[in-house]
Design a protein around this ligand. Structure first.
Ligand code: 5GP
Ligand code: ZN
Length: 121
């Protein structure tokens, strides 16, 4: 069974409110908030409130939660101002582990959108 909360985890502290964030969306299962160092005109992160270090820890029991996360991303991208598909659209990035460029070890999906050029990506 996954650990629900890691007191040393930055994003668990954002979930608990101990560290403030610019919130995009919240329900019982997920929190979305603006990235502190955006690479694109629209750049927010969606995290499950459940502490999972990365996609590498996903098991079959998480499939429905991850499905809901994938369905939430396009909805929030449009709400945050992304232009509609196909002229607009968005990019999702889920860095996993050191070779994947992951810095914060609480599973998160980057959602990036808005007119190019972007700072990165
Ligand atoms: P990673 O490289 O792990 O996929 O991305 C972590 C992201 O979290 C980075 O884009 C970074 O800017 C963002 N980040 C790191 N610390 C904070 C913070 O305290 N607040 C917010 N809103 N974003 C953060
Ligand atoms: Zn965490």
């Amino acid at each position: 069974m996954s650990q629900q909360f890691d007191p040393n985890c930055l994003f668990c502290k954002i979930v608990s409110g101990a560290i403030p964030s610019k919130k995009v969306f919240e329900d019982e299962e997920f929190l979305a908030f603006h990235d502190i160092n955006p690479w694109a005109p629209i750049h927010f992160l969606i995290i499950p409130k459940l502490h999972l270090p990365s996609m590498a820890q996903l098991e079959a029991e998480h499939a429905q939660m991850m499905g809901r996360l994938m369905v939430l991303a396009p909805k929030l991208a449009l709400e945050q101002g992304a232009s509609p598909y196909p002229q607009g659209g968005f990019r999702v990035v889920c860095n996993t582990g050191s070779h994947g460029g992951q810095e914060v070890h609480h599973l998160h999906m980057h959602v990036l959108a808005g007119p190019k050029p972007w700072v990165r990506g």
